[in-house]
Design a protein around this ligand. Sequence first.
Ligand SMILES: Nc1nc2c(ncn2[C@@H]2O[C@H](COP(=O)(O)OP(=O)(O)OP(=O)(O)O)[C@@H](O)[C@H]2O)c(=O)[nH]1
Length: 506
Amino acid sequence: MWRGLWTLVTLTARGPRRASQMHRLPFLFSLRPFTRQGSGAPTPGSGATIFALSSGQGRCGIAVIRTSGPASSHALRSLTAPQDLPRARYACLRLLSDPRSGEPLDRALVLWFPGPQSFTGEDCVEFHVHGGPAVVSGVLQALGSVPGLRPAEAGEFTRRAFAHGKLSLTEVEGLADLIHAETEAQRRQALRQLDGELSHLCQSWAETLTKALAHVEAYIDFGEDDNLEEGVLEQADSQVRELELALGAHLRDARRGQRLRSGAHVVVAGPPNAGKSSLVNLLSRKPVSIVSPEPGTTRDVLETPVDLAGFPALLSDTAGLREGVGPVEQEGVRRARERLEQADLILAVLDASDLASPSSCSFLDTIVTATRAQSSSGSNQRLLLVLNKSDLLPQGGPGPSPELPPHLLLSCLTREGLDGLLEALRKELAAVCGDPSAGPPLLTRTRHQHHLQSCLDALGHYKEAKDLALAAEALRVARGHLTYLTGGGGTEEILDVIFRDFCVGK
Ligand SMILES: Nc1nc2c(ncn2[C@@H]2O[C@H](COP(=O)(O)OP(=O)(O)OP(=O)(O)O)[C@@H](O)[C@H]2O)c(=O)[nH]1
């Protein structure tokens, strides 16, 4: 019975998740225009000079404390001896003292970044002090005693950088992702976004729309005037068509960039005793699940975040799939099936030495059906079949069998086949999450999807417009959504959401 269920839900697995993601951030989609990015948009208390510990908390070799704002040079002079400003952007060794008592605090490297050539665009100072808690708290207290200085709020340095046009909103998001990146693939994607690839792409699309709009407005103003070059409206139409194709391609990326940020759902499933828990423990390099020779040991879904071949994943161990069991195990089997529906990648595990058992046959049957259903439905769900316990097979393995779909041989016991499995996982996860090192930049947030979709909708209105004034307005709306995407418009709400991801000192 569950076989049919799985197949059915395989076809529709993406729908509900998308809906729930949209639901969680409803206010992001009702943006009103506000001051343009980079034009000195106000930040809360932007007149003050802020300071914070920018390196990690706790004892460390070197800690970096920084300031940003007009009183930065005064703060530097107040704490250091000699009191002159060091050469801009050159590290210089200074004695730091408490300006209230004159008590020495540390010998530190000091860097002076006069605005606007600084991270925030304001005057900034960095103190590279010894990372002991007493040194750090002494320097922070000394800075707090300097008039005009106050502790920074979370993300306030970056918010100031955004307000001064140093970073676009997508670059700010890339920076937040870089700080939170836990895997190689996440780091690559974040760095590309921080480098402005997505931002530049949106800007080039916005420029295309500006040209199309100029053509339409010229036609409105001059009509069939001799001075107007021929075919201006046709040019606008072809620019819109090209842009539609480009936006459509990005929107069809199956949310790979978002999966790379949040982690792919990888579900380990199979009949009881196949070695699912052993595989989960092997891949996560920790004892997440109980392993025992008794079939039916795992009865609930056990989840663990892992770095799988450089990609972030949420790995789920599930109850062995079988019929005719007690109520507790039955519930575990129901939950396992539910998890299979949500999986981006299914790791189907079978005991290679027990392929003829009824539970293995029934599971194999299901995999074959599911694989066929996937290829005919165009589903994005991926599947890898792993034949575990290869150490129990006679030399040479089970040999080619027409009944078996493509599979990998593995022994969780001896780890033979693990490298091959990791390589296969890397390929599958690159298909699920996208390759962060190649191809066009991916959309990494629901917000990006929303603005591109809205832009595309507006282009649809352009094509349907009954008169040129309406067509021009549709182009303006479309361009507005691209501007919103890079932070050229928005509300304090969206900025609050994005900057909430930052820690104090960034
Ligand atoms: N020989 C051999 N035994 C293995 C291998 N992998 C797992 N086992 C053994 O197979 C038994 C079942 O392993 P589990 O990892 O608990 O299997 P499971 O699929 O999670 O089992 P359920 O919780 O019942 O669904 C244990 O005794 C493991 O030590 C392997 O590669 N080779």
